[in-house]
Design a protein around this ligand. Structure first.
Ligand code: FMN
Length: 199
């Protein structure tokens, strides 16, 4: 069992990474393998709407000069996908949006590659706009036919300066509970989903 997590922050190892790692620690303790990919500093383009992925149906985006095709395969191989983003002007970062648009379109063009995987959003916020960010990421999971577990609060951590989210006790606890619920759901559902779909 494996969970792959993406950090869409423009800042490596910041608040979003801290929150994601908190979830991943619980997953590892539950015997689930994890991988964290940080998009900071990486070129990642948005979708150019050419719809070539719908013609070729080869699980690839025609844009080959970034790592999106590698990420599609990492998501396809995983049982769970965590998408983490800080809040930028009340929304996810442009890197995370590009990742969602490109991987999401390729997945839909190929018979819903992420169907019945477990998905969770993780959001860092200084003050406001965390909920639209959280909602938009969850919309991606839901239209991808994925299954979304909850936590004891919406999956947000509050902080601004690098590391400040460590002072948000409730936010950290929310990530711990989220980790437990992801692990529970993966163990309950993924063996059957893999057997049925070969995914
Ligand atoms: C370009 C930019 C826009 C931001 N917009 C918001 C915002 O709309 N609302 C908010 O609460 N914080 C906003 N922030 C603050 C970040 O969400 C906050 O610092 C977050 O903890 C950063 O996470 P990171 O350390 O993972 O990058 C913004 C930060 C940047 C750089």
């Amino acid at each position: 069992m494996k969970v792959v997590a993406f950090n869409g922050s423009g800042r490596k190892d910041g608040n979003t990474a801290i929150l994601i790692r908190r979830v991943l620690k619980v997953l590892e303790e539950g015997g689930i393998e994890t991988e964290l990919i940080q998009l900071a500093g990486e070129p990642i383009r948005g979708c150019n709407a050419c719809r070539t992925c719908y013609e070729t149906k080869n699980e690839r985006c025609i844009v080959e000069d970034d790592k999106v095709n590698e990420y599609v395969q990492k998501m396809k191989a995983a049982d769970g996908i965590i998408l983490g983003s800080p809040t930028y002007f009340s929304m996810m970062t442009s890197e995370m949006k590009a990742l969602i648009d490109r991987t999401g379109y390729v997945a839909r063009a190929n018979n819903h590659l992420f169907k019945r995987k477990v998905g969770a959003a993780v959001v860092a916020v200084r003050r406001a706009g965390g909920m639209p960010t959280f909602d938009a990421i969850n919309h991606f999971f839901l239209i991808s036919q994925m299954i979304v577990p909850g936590s004891s609060y919406w999956n947000l951590g509050v902080g601004n300066k690098k590391g400040e989210v460590e002072t948000d006790k409730e936010g950290l606890e929310t990530m711990d509970t989220l980790g437990k619920n992801i692990a529970w759901l993966i163990k309950k559902t993924r063996p059957a989903a893999r057997k049925k779909k070969g995914r």
